[in-house]
Design a protein around this ligand. Structure first.
Ligand SMILES: Cc1cc2nc3c(=O)[nH]c(=O)nc-3n(C[C@H](O)[C@H](O)[C@H](O)COP(=O)(O)OP(=O)(O)OC[C@H]3O[C@@H](n4cnc5c(N)ncnc54)[C@H](O)[C@@H]3O)c2cc1C
Ligand code: SF4
Length: 479
């Protein structure tokens, strides 16, 4: 019998005829998940349980599965808890089909890459191997990426796209609400975030509708506005498909094929389709493979010795006490929907956490809990590596940080902020601009030998008001 875990709910995970779906009360007891994330997981499980070949069992804990005969299971995206479960149940383990590459493909990549791991090399190999957007051995359009056509700031009048797909709530949503209320009342769970209407697909039919909506209405503008942030438009042209993909409701290859078909039929431009394909067969798979490639200790790395606590307004998502408009708007978005797109995650949240020296492991866990698509496998590379440079450069060659100028260029947050992105010292000083120089100064010993940091470090040496700036940031009480 095959065990169906909560990230394996779509047809491509169905290997055996008989499936066992455990619904476990302790699932939400160990961490303070966003209410909408818990709702979505429970909804998706209950929806999957309706199929006739699925036997559903209600359990207190996963340990109770030991009373079942020999089970088979696909590897799940949380190595620690999966290993523990696997040891306990003596599971027959199978490779996870929720990605576009397997262990063998990763090993083939490693054999070529040696010690120098680079997304770009992995991505090109994936394009060749899967024969996606290839013209014989050359990339379609003659280039591997179209970055110079992408990365535009938000257009002044807005993107003008229709609202994204939203499922219509049904009886099952009411049942889930009642179950989660009961867990909370009995002290078995504590949630963060608002219990909003469900905005993400929770079954296969809804997931396909969300995919179709993205391909039809948003994909064409995905590339140009990939990096733009607009406080009037929380999705921009992003797909929001990480959520159904991470639940296993959509297979990444079917998502990629739908995007490639849109290019072939002329309904989406190449720059957008290539950019989108890169995110999935490139980034998503790369991050998944790195999770298994780096050992468990990777998640505890803290190269920059960052130990600051995550402020309360982050922990509970209320943004209380936070004046920086970009940051408070992002936290409010997460409070309302358990989701923001990639750039607020990296350039607002990750950037703040890096500049202010938040403890990397705590940031890693906060992202897992607060986001509807948050899973253990996705965080180490994105948070510990890319956002916080806590791995000392295994993932990226330099820390990913910027001052307010970047946020000002790529968003419309700054106009209504009490700070000014161009000011680094004084009442109006933008916490990102001041935070940028403060970060470089505090870490100058560690960063001075990194040749990719030589320009910013030279800029730091030219600052005439550095001492004043450092004193200001040292006594900063809130952002
Ligand atoms: C600090 C931080 C935290 C993140 N947390 C998560 C998370 O909890 N879950 C998650 O799935 N992704 C996470 N990402 C990656 C990325 O931000 C999200 O996948 C993306 O924002 C989801 O929205 P979307 O589906 O609209 O993506 P789109 O912009 O439409 O991109 C398409 C797909 O590409 C994949 N993708 C793109 N970038 C990445 C990446 N860096 N890593 C993995 N997959 C990627 C996703 O599956 C996504 O659905 C995080 C990135 C950062 C920097
Ligand atoms: S001025 Fe600074 S803090 Fe305010 S929105 Fe712009 S970048 Fe954010």
């Amino acid at each position: 019998m095959q065990l169906l875990l909560a990230d394996q709910l779509g047809p491509h995970f169905e290997l055996e005829e008989k499936l066992l779906l455990p619904i476990v009360d302790s699932q939400f007891s160990k961490r303070n998940y966003h209410r909408q994330k818990a709702h979505l997981i429970r909804y998706a499980q209950l929806a999957r349980a309706k199929a006739s070949n699925v036997e559903t069992v209600r359990l207190e804990s996963y340990r109770d599965l030991k009373d079942f005969p020999q089970l088979t299971s696909m590897v799940s995206g949380s190595s620690r808890s999966f290993d523990a479960l696997s040891d306990l149940l003596k599971l027959t383990k199978l490779e996870n089909p929720g990605f576009c590459s397997g262990k063998q493909d990763w090993n083939a990549y490693l054999a070529k890459a040696g010690k120098r791991l680079r997304l770009e090399d992995f991505y090109r190999l994936q394009r060749h191997r899967l024969d996606i957007l290839m013209d014989s051995k050359e990339p379609v359009g003659g280039k591997w990426n179209f970055d110079e056509e992408n990365r535009l700031p938000p257009p002044k009048p807005g993107l003008g796209l229709p609202s994204p797909y939203r499922p219509i709530e049904d009886e099952l949503d009411n049942q889930v609400r009642a179950e989660l209320d009961a867990l909370e009342k009995n002290g078995k769970a504590t949630f963060i975030g608002l219990d909003g209407p469900r905005i993400f697909p929770g079954d296969r039919v809804q997931a396909l509708a969300a995919l179709n909506d993205f391909i039809t209405n948003r994909l064409d503008l995905f590339g140009p506005y990939e990096d733009a942030m607009d406080n009037r438009d929380w999705t921009m042209a992003h797909s929001m498909l990480s959520v159904p993909m991470n639940l296993g409701l959509l297979s990444p290859l079917e998502v990629v094929n739908a995007a490639v078909d849109a290019y072939k039929s002329g309904s989406a431009r190449l720059a957008s389709v290539e950019g989108f394909v890169r995110q999935i067969i490139g980034w998503r798979d790369y991050v998944w493979q790195l999770y298994w490639h780096f050992d468990q200790d990777y998640q505890n790395l803290n190269e920059l010795g960052a130990t600051a606590e995550i402020p309360a307004g982050w922990q509970d998502l209320t943004a209380k006490g936070i004046d920086a408009n970009c940051l408070s708007s992002t936290l409010k978005d997460i409070n309302e929907r358990a989701w923001t797109h990639h750039i607020p995650r990296l350039m607002v949240l990750g950037n703040t956490a890096l500049q202010r020296g938040f403890d990397p492991k705590a940031v890693n866990d906060w992202f897992i809990d607060a986001f509807a698509d948050g899973t253990p496998w996705v965080m180490p590379a994105n948070v510990i590596g890319m956002s916080l440079y806590a791995d000392g450069g295994k993932m990226s060659t330099k820390p990913y940080t910027s001052g307010g100028a970047y946020i000002n260029k790529m968003s419309n947050y700054c106009g209504s902020c009490k700070f000014k992105p161009t000011v680094r010292v004084g009442e109006d000083a933008c916490p990102f601009t001041a935070g940028y120089w403060n970060f470089l100064s505090k870490n100058s010993e560690r960063l001075k030998s990194n040749h990719r940091m030589s320009q910013p470090m030279a800029g730091l040496r030219r600052l005439t008001d550095l001492e004043q700036l450092l004193n200001q940031e040292q006594s900063r009480e809130s952002l």
